[in-house]
Design a protein around this ligand. Sequence first.
Ligand code: NAD
Length: 697
Amino acid sequence: MQGRFEKRGEVGIIWVNNPPVNAISVGVRSAIIDGVSKLSQDPEIKVGVLACEGRTFMAGADITEFGKPSLSPSLHDAINAVENAPKPIVAAIHGTALGGGLEVALGCHYRVAIASAKVGLPEVKLGILPGAGGTQRLPRLIGVEPALSIIVSGDPVPAPQAAKAGLIDKIVDGDLLEGAVAYAKELGANHAPLREVRHIDIDASALPADFFAETRRRVAKEKKNLFSPQRIVDALEAAVTLPFDQGMARERELFLQCQTNSQARALQHVFFAERKTAIVPNLDKNSPKREIKSVAVIGAGTMGGGITMNFLNVGIPVTLLETKQEFLDHGIGVIRKNYENTASKGKLTLEQVEQRMALLTPTLCYDDIKDASLIIEAVFETMAIKKEVFDKLDKVAKPGAILASNTSYLSIDEIAQATSRPGDVLGMHFFSPANVMKLLEIVRGEKTSQEVLATIVDLAKRINKVGVVCGNRDGFIGNRMLGAYSYQAMLMVLEGAMPEQVDAALRNFGMPMGVLQMSDLAGLDIGYKSRKSRDPSSYDGRASRSSDLLVEMGRMGQKTYAGFYDYVPGDRTPKPSPIVQELIEKVSAECGIRRRAFTDEEIIERCFLSLMNAGCDVLRERVAYRASDIDIVYLYGYGFPAYRGGPMFWAENEVGLETALEKLKKYSAQTGGKWLQVSPLLERLVAEGKGFASLGS
Ligand code: NAD
């Protein structure tokens, strides 16, 4: 049993103790049931308190029991035992009461919490719904609309807000247990009733007649393509229309529908994949770490500004260095404007804006960055310029400073060679907009030291990023694979699809934007310049021909209001352009291609199976340590829909690796083979009947 029972006069305390987060294991469930039985049988005890040892109340289910046959007693048994107890039981909440933890608290007759506590039902984030009465009890306790918003968002609610909503009966100042015991005694003295939430009537008279239909429409918009939020609305409707026990049966039915839906598997894969990123092969967990007290950022352009904000947001001072005052002023102006925009939406106070800006020191002088613990370079993507900057950093940075580059493609090892301390150098590849996107690719150079890598893995968490450690090879994980994906899109445009069809298919699949739309956003000139600097035999010039011609016509993308699409100032909506259509048809004719019709299915398969295929090469070369890391890169760096689990998970689970291989072979043959070569790793996995998990780590 993971808990104990303590008698304090007329109060019986049911203690739960399952470090570190009091996950509701079978031992915890047994301890709760045992406690209720002792409390019930002891005639001296009038009231009970359910409290948790350690740093938190029960923070959720026991993930080690996931996917295994259910162990008895179940969570339902424990909650029913509490709710059916003959004496009032008060939940004493500190830390977080999440998921099953909150459902246990809802089984209690009263709830008290300290002000810093948080409560929530985050199941929706795993593609499921609260399956132990949460959807039936919460609306009874606080009303349908507030319950819907908590369950559909899945976000934790601070205790004071929960108290206002009626979820918490009292906020305790000072010691929680003393406060809870005092509250329980008061209940006993007043002969307070057993407040069983299951018996509270829901007053639905205030809800408009079309409330649930309207809610389904709204939720479909807010939680696009997601299965479980709709089932949550169904469960809440059941709470309103059915007696409690039937509502519980309906909740169970809906829970199982979610659990067996592919989205739940995908979202649960993402949950574990994200945690796995922190386990880095060949990195000693106990490696010492350096203290990051201050940061310097070189270059105040698009990336430098966003990178800077990450540190200001968590109170780390930043010195921002530029070549000219006007660039510096512009960069600082953008940062301030970003913060002020956030403040205008009520997400920051003006005082917080000023606090953050006060942590920022602009400079034109390298001498001013000599004390920085970490220096991140975000200047132009040219090796010669990067080397020049790193040579200067080597001269000025204090011993032990970490030197990082935000390069998208260039070799970290070559950059490190420009210094006398390659062990202190690594890549920190942020994604644009760097203050928003959650991904940080941490590029491990050949000589990057354990201490430096461990420090940055840790720092990623501190600045609220998901850090994925990767090897140093052209484009690392994300951009390397992006080439294969956008190549297929461009090739299909050459073969007969128009940009709007390709992009619409990708958006319908769940991508936030199509890949051609994304090229317009980044600027078509970037790819153009990079192609001009490459050996023309190293890429398929037919596929990029239209893009090159567009650039030569001055159509650089959104910044010139014209690229693959037309744009009007102030509106980022892409509009199909007759000029572009004509140009594309001309290029196809020049290449001797008879344009044909494409199905959305072919567009998706060619784009994403090629993406997965490139992922296999990235894995084979150990640029990525595991397939799930690649999924995380695509989710947090490129907006791949989480409910599909990432490109590797999708290909393995939705398509199947054997089918994927067959299709890739077909598309490879169809497109001439040279630019779409099936990865030997994929061939091997299929031949051996194995999946990505077999690759280990
Ligand atoms: P940018 O052109 O917006 O900004 C570069 C800035 O660096 C300019 O303000 C320039 O004045 C400054 N600069 C140039 N040389 C300098 C020097 N010697 N010392 C100090 N400042 C100098 O470019 P960006 O888009 O911010 O890209 C910067 C880096 O980030 C590049 O390596 C790029 O590949 C990488 N990156 C860009 C993106 C993106 O989407 N834009 C995403 C990830 C990584």
